[in-house]
Design a protein around this ligand. Sequence first.
Ligand SMILES: [Zn+2]
Length: 251
Amino acid sequence: MAEQNDSKSKNGLVFNGLFDGELTAGFSSRSYGNMSLNYGGTEASLDNRKYFLKSLNVDYRSLVCAKQTHGVNIKRPGLLQKGNGALEYESALADTDAIITDQKNLPVAIFTADCLSIFLYDALTRSIGLIHAGWRGTQGNLVAKTIEAMRGEFNCRPENIHVFFGPVIRSCCYEVGKDFQDKFPKKLLRRGGKFFLDLAEINRQQLSLCGIKPGNITESSICTSCRNEEYFSFRKEGESCGRIMSVMMLK
Ligand SMILES: [Zn+2]
């Protein structure tokens, strides 16, 4: 998959714009600043969100956010949760790393810096899913659990679900310890005596086992570490690192 050109990738052209009439979906570049109310310098985060979401015609006060814990819990917010985590971290959905909904005009967001954001859309049942998958979520097969939840809640069929991978630290840069051989048997890449993890590829394989069509998976192909001037990378920047927002809303 070719990389998007820079003008288009500014707001993250998710699904290559295929569903723009039905769906708002995007991810923020560094130029919009830190999107987290909990990590990195947070003084300007609300203004940053306001500005970024305005570019997508989304009201920042409606946003539903999650307190991400690198777990495998999935929540289905409705209108009652509208605005949870929008203006302060405390009201965000507790212990949640994937959000699913079929509610229109309910924007949901997850936050990453190196971890993989996964966008799911079923045009038939008009339902969405948004996942935060680091190595723990990937090890826990969160993507399969989320597809299962979408089947159960919305009667989705995997062959109808379209998937998009946001920016992530890719296997060019994601060096891991030897102990990861136990966590991901036969999945690590080896270069020069070092081990590397390919989060996108493993999630792709997990999706394929769920019945997602390979042709329905597209990627931003952005490595957060290689392109650290444009995207936040926890590995590159450490504790003070800001967060990218991935956001989705049914129109
Ligand atoms: Zn890289």
